[in-house]
Design a protein around this ligand. Structure first.
Ligand code: HMG
Length: 409
């Protein structure tokens, strides 16, 4: 008997058209560039211009996904946008996206927030929703969109970024399926990173946030192993690649070392380091392209890691088991396994991730400060300017406010 599966059929990413280099940031802040490049493992920060926001990034990622999968917007019956960069306290980003994409009204539309974990919450919920409503088959569109911003000159500034990821969830998926009941879960009430209402940037207890992340990894890994009946010390035999939530590149190194410590707690440090040297380049390194080039994109971060893996490894990923660890401050975490399907060449060809990275323009430190000092309320673009902002990836832009209503074209 053929088992019905539910999961992700395709994936798309949108990255805004500007970046700030870590060399330029380091120079302006009087910090050795090696601290950012080697100490944190980041090279560029994706910068969002004032004519874009969480809505345009979400719509720009989703329109690519609908186009490349040939999905009619009216086929989408659940639209979930996960974000911690919402544009309104009441109206969800998802409603703006519904309007932009012309998704029909027989659709459940809502926004989810749980820091960076919100994206995974939306995905899991949508897989469960599709599996319960599969006859006739239903499709869900899950979008993660965020602007990772920190206070000027703060330690978090070098870990900024911006971007959106969109996933198409359906029955008999083409990319991977998931049995959500086997996922490893961990959550706890902590103050590691939070943004009180009215604050433009988060308050961060940076070192403590790393501790919380690693504790959540331990909790979710222990639960995942027990759900799958995997003995301690045998986990790496069951997984080909690992994609960790990556606020900065070297967080993946910290996470992988933590997993090795948990798996092989009886081994001496040199033996563990040998396991790290053997497994990290093979299992983790291929997922790092995005974080190095873009920075943190909060909800979409771990899925940008998955896209990086697909882009870097190409068809080698077919049939391989990927472990995905999603973490959000506050905190919530989920660790799950997914086996990549075979015959995914057209999905890989449609990613166009490197093309988007290469299209970006480098901006100066001064332009970055000017851009991030303005608030959206000050802006109203002239229609002639708007056309100049658009290209084959930037299809939707924010044009300003009219009667307190955000306008998009
Ligand atoms: P910091 O104080 O700027 O940096 O904070 P540091 O002094 O800890 O140095 C960082 C690393 O650079 C260290 O390496 C240094 O040794 C090294 P490590 O000990 O960690 O291996 N270093 C150098 N290397 C080479 N040459 C040099 C040099 N100098 C120092 N000259 C911190 C770093 C990450 C805490 C800060 O950037 C921060 O607060 N970031 C934001 C919070 C964050 O990213 N937390 C991560 C876990 S929480 C999470 O992931 C959730 C999140 O995504 C939000 C959400 O859920 O929505 C953030």
């Amino acid at each position: 008997m053929v088992m019905t599966e539910f999961g992700v059929s395709d994936i798309a990413i949108y990255i805004p058209p500007f970046y700030l280099s870590h060399e330029d940031l380091a120079k302006a802040r009087g910090v050795p560039a090696e601290k950012y490049l080697d100490g944190l493992g980041n090279h560029k920060i994706s910068i969002i211009p004032n004519w874009e926001d969480a809505v345009t990034m979400a719509a720009n990622a989703a329109v690519q996904l609908l186009d490349k999968t040939g999905t009619d917007p009216n086929e989408i019956q659940q639209l979930v946008v996960s974000t911690e960069s919402g544009v309104d306290h009441s109206k969800p980003v998802a409603s703006f996206v519904q309007g932009a994409l012309k998704i029909g009204s027989r659709c459940r539309v809502y926004e989810i927030k749980h820091a960076c974990y919100g994206g995974t919450a939306g995905l899991i919920n949508s897989i469960d929703w599709v599996s319960q409503n599969h006859s006739p088959p239903k499709k869900a569109l899950v979008i993660m969109t965020d602007i990772a911003r920190y206070a000027f000159g703060s330690p978090g500034e070098s870990t900024q970024g911006a971007g959106a990821v969109a996933l198409l969830v359906e029955k008999n998926p083409r990319l991977f399926s998931m049995n959500t009941s086997l996922n490893g879960i961990f959550s706890q009430d902590v103050f590691d990173f939070w943004r009180p209402t009215g604050h433009r940037v988060p308050i961060v207890d940076g070192k403590y946030s790393i501790e919380c992340y690693l504790r959540a990894l331990e909790g979710a890994y222990t639960h995942l192993r027990s759900n799958h009946g995997i003995e301690k010390g045998r986990f790496f035999e069951r997984v080909d690649y690992l994609v960790y939530h990556m606020p900065f590149g070297n967080m993946a190194k910290k996470a992988h070392r933590q997993l090795i410590d948990l798996e092989y707690d009886g081994l001496n440090p040199a033996a563990k380091e040998q396991i790290f040297a053997e497994t990290f380049p093979r299992m983790v390194e291929p997922s790092l392209l995005g974080v190095r080039e873009v920075g943190n994109i909060y909800t979409g971060s771990v899925y940008m890691g998955l896209i990086s893996l697909l882009e870097t490894e190409g068809e080698n990923v077919e049939g391989k088991q990927v472990g995905i660890f999603s973490y959000g401050s506050g905190c919530g975490a989920e660790f799950f396994l997914c086996r990549i399907k075979t015959g995914i060449r057209s999905i890989l060809e449609g990613l166009r991730f490197k093309e988007q990275l290469d299209r970006r323009k480098r901006i100066t430190f001064e332009t970055y400060v000017q851009t991030y000092s303005k608030s959206g309320e000050e802006i109203l673009y002239h229609p002639a300017e708007i056309e100049a902002f658009k290209d084959s990836f930037t299809r939707f832009v924010f044009t300003g406010f009219r009667d307190h209503k955000r306008q998009y074209l």
